[in-house]
Design a protein around this ligand. Structure first.
Ligand code: RAM
Length: 775
């Protein structure tokens, strides 16, 4: 039986026992956050480092070991462990736990998560050996742009303590200290961007001293997020030789993880596996879009029978691999790709009568799987892979439909607040590795949008409490950078990657960056008001409500015309103004019709970038233009959601035209094929096609309101809300609309049935149960 991660509640009790003397007065069940966060001071263990001169060029993995004798029968064994760098632990040669790339990625210098593993089954009576391997990982390995090294520190270190409880009640703690040994072994180098080298000829040699380095100034906190674990496995669907003569295997899905390899060969044979997302027009292996990331596994064989390899301290975003160094043609049986991502529970399903939309849903989910690995990353493959705040903000609502992401975001938001600058600016990426670069509209708003979205979805007020100061600080930053309530300073990313015309016909859809900034200034202020209401902070409600009025007034004076146009006159200008209620009520329908005319002007194509796209179809639906929303959704020429699918995409692309119609690529400088941001349409599909909406925070009231259109004849979807599973299934047959719905216990529902004329028949306060409606 394998060791398992102790979940936060249990973990608390376990830690409680560990430090019970110091905290004898505390109640085990009370999850007092201060108690959790102060634990670091109670560790008995020391931080330890290797005690020999390091090969500072190659950075081979560091191995630590401790032999211990267990005196009696062990009733319970728990390993508390974390590291600066990534760790993998083994007891008596068996791997501890099912998580990879532990301890995950946080703003390491401020806090590091530790894990508590139940290892009772791994410890035996008598002699035992606890061994831990460290890799550079995010802590000091080649990371992000230009393979920057040593971002968080220059030295790896380990802290762990193994708590043994014997059947006779006696307790013993084995801690990391100067009795441990250190040394080297088969992993010769590893980094997030570049991959890993394993040499099976290098025996484990762990006989050198260690050094105690109790210099960690941050906090050790228990893991409350979802660890990265192995999920789906894939066998190659095709083994080919490309026109250039490369041996390439295709796994059929752009995924994130690695390849497990079985191989036979001679001693010293060197096998390399390089990873790629796409093949080029000619069918050759294409890696230029990975920029500086080598993304290569290198394996050196011992040459004695069948050998097994997989990397430990890296990951790749790929669909294809190129293999070199085999003595024979690759046998597909020897290769297994495994998807590695956050162990979050699936929460939503969506299926309808249009196969292209089903494929879109598949791609959205795979975009999420590939980029939810401890932090929400922009992309998983090139020399970047960062927690870009804008991307996370636009995708959060969709993410929560597909998977339970409550603790994933709740934990990451702690780092958002920790990395937030003193002046309130929210960093572009979290954990921040860009030296405090911060303050872009639409990116910094992650600080308000994500807590509010999570509250809407899970009804959990705690995240609002946790983030409230950070939310206010962000609005304070915008206020401070405003003149007469206009936020018109600083550098912004704007409506990132919006439409640029392939010909110089002047049709680029550029939205003024300060016009956008003003919309987000208003939106974040609104969300602070909402949070203040929930938390009962009346003074704040008053202060921010007055501010919001001034922000909107200033917007209307600066950016709108007498006839109701908006300065930049792009789809995104109208979308943001309408979504965030920037215009007077009477002027909104006119603005919505300008939006529609802007869509028609591009022959029913969207022109929005990262910031406009998530709200585009929502705004169309809200103002009675659902038909136009469906038309956009079903568009399959550039720019559109379905165009990449026509071009063979299995994930969401960074750009609307990552691969152009003639098969050529967009710029190598920025062309990821696994970027979830544009997948934010998923939210509209659940809310408007399936019709599953939250009528109140945490779905105590469910709204079921499908909007028919796009020639769809059926849709089946489900969503696990905090009360249980909501199921909606509707169809149109013989001119008749029928809907089946399941409402979970603890929720009531309002169901709207669309009829042929587009009028709605409403059924209110429907209690839990299964229902059949027809119209
Ligand atoms: C790119 C990232 C990300 C985006 C920023 C502005 O490099 O991939 O998606 O948020 O830039």
């Amino acid at each position: 039986m394998r060791s398992s991660l102790i979940k936060p509640g249990v973990l608390l009790a376990a830690i409680f026992m560990l430090v019970s003397n110091a905290f004898a007065q505390k109640d085990q069940s009370g999850a007092d956050p201060a108690f959790l966060h102060n634990l670091a001071t109670e560790w008995q263990a020391h931080w330890i480092q290797i005690g020999y001169p390091e090969d500072s060029l190659n950075h081979p993995s560091q191995y630590f070991s401790k032999q211990f004798n267990s005196l009696g029968k062990v009733k319970q064994a728990r390993l508390f462990i974390t590291s600066r760098g990534l760790y993998e632990a083994q007891i008596n040669g068996k791997r501890v736990g099912n998580a990879y790339l532990t301890p995950g990625w946080t703003s390491y210098n401020k806090r590091i998560a530790y894990q508590a593993w139940d290892v009772t089954d791994l410890v035996k009576k008598g002699d035992n050996i606890l061994q831990v391997t460290l890799g550079d990982g995010w802590y000091r390995g080649a990371l992000a742009f230009e393979n920057r090294r040593n971002y968080f520190g220059t030295k790896l270190s380990l802290i762990c303590q193994l708590e043994l409880t014997y059947t006779n009640g006696h307790k013993e703690i084995i801690s990391s200290d100067d009795s441990w040994k250190s040394g080297e072994g088969p992993i010769r180098q590893s980094s997030i961007n570049n991959g890993e080298t394993i040499d099976h000829n290098r025996l484990l040699q762990v006989d050198k001293p260690v050094k105690i380095v109790d210099d960690y100034a941050g906090k050790l906190v228990p893991t409350e997020s979802y660890p990265a674990t192995k999920h789906e496995v894939f066998k190659p669907i095709n083994v080919m030789t490309t026109p250039k003569g490369e041996k390439v295997l295709d796994f059929g899905q752009n995924l994130v993880g690695w390849v497990m390899l079985k191989v036979k060969g001679k001693q010293g044979d060197t096998i390399t596996i390089q990873h790629a997302e796409v093949l080029d027009k000619a069918g050759n292996f294409y890696i230029a879009n990975l920029r500086g990331a080598q993304a290569t596994s290198t394996y050196i064989l011992k040459g004695q029978g069948e050998e097994f390899f997989e990397p430990h301290f890296t990951y790749f975003g790929f669909r294809y691999i190129q293999i070199k160094g085999l003595r024979a043609d690759p046998d597909p049986e020897d290769f297994t790709a495994v998807a590695v991502y956050a162990d979050m529970q699936p929460s939503g399903t969506f299926e309808c009568s249009n196969p292209m939309l089903n494929k879109l849903q598949h791609n959205i989910q795979w975009g999420q799987k590939g980029n939810f690995l401890y932090v929400p990353t922009d992309c998983p493959q090139r020399d970047e892979r960062l927690g870009w705040t804008g991307d996370a903000q636009v995708f959060a609502r969709t993410a929560a439909y597909n998977f339970d992401v409550q603790y994933f975001f709740k934990q990451w938001m702690v780092d958002v607040a920790l990395d937030q600058r003193k002046d309130g600016a929210v960093t572009f990426v979290v954990p921040d590795i860009l030296d405090g670069a911060a303050g872009s509209a639409g990116w910094g708003d992650v600080s308000t949008v994500v807590p509010w979205t999570m509250y809407q979805v899970y009804g959990d007020k705690e995240i609002l409490q946790q983030q409230y100061e950070s939310m206010k600080k962000w609005v304070g930053f915008m206020t401070q950078n405003s003149t007469n309530d206009l936020w018109n300073k600083g550098d912004h990313f704007g409506d990132w990657l919006s439409y640029h015309s392939p010909t110089d016909d002047g049709s680029d859809a550029i939205t003024d960056k300060y016009e956008i900034a003003q919309c987000f200034y208003a939106y974040s202020t609104q969300l602070v008001i909402n949070a203040a209401r929930v938390l009962g902070k009346t003074e704040d409600v008053n202060y921010y409500s007055a501010l919001l009025n001034r922000i909107k007034d200033a917007y209307r004076k600066e950016y709108t015309t007498y006839s109701g146009r908006i300065l930049s006159n792009t789809q995104s200008s109208y979308v943001l103004a309408l979504q965030f209620d920037m215009l007077l009520e009477k002027d909104r329908p006119t603005a919505a019709s300008y939006l529609v005319s802007k869509i028609r002007a591009y022959d029913h194509h969207l022109t929005t970038g990262f910031l406009g796209t998530p709200y585009l179809c929502h705004v169309l639906s809200r103002f009675g233009h659902t038909k136009e929303a469906y038309r956009l959704l079903l568009q399959d020429t550039y720019p559109s959601w379905l165009y990449p699918i026509k071009m063979g995409a299995t994930t969401i692309w960074e750009r609307w035209d990552g691969i152009k119609p003639d098969g050529s690529f967009q710029t190598t400088a920025m062309n990821s094929f696994n970027h979830y941001a544009y997948g934010a349409i998923g939210d509209w599909m659940y809310q408007h096609i399936a019709g599953i909406q939250a009528g109140s925070p945490g779905y105590q009231q469910v709204i079921i309101r499908p909007d028919l259109g796009g020639g769809l004849t059926w849709c089946k979807a489900s969503y696990i809300c905090p009360q249980g599973k909501i199921i909606v299934s509707w169809k149109i047959a013989d001119g008749k609309f029928t809907l089946d719905a399941t409402i979970p216990k603890g929720s009531t529902a309002v169901v709207y049935l669309p009829n042929a004329e587009g009028k709605n028949i409403q059924q209110k306060n429907i209690p839990a149960g299964n229902y059949h409606f027809s119209n």
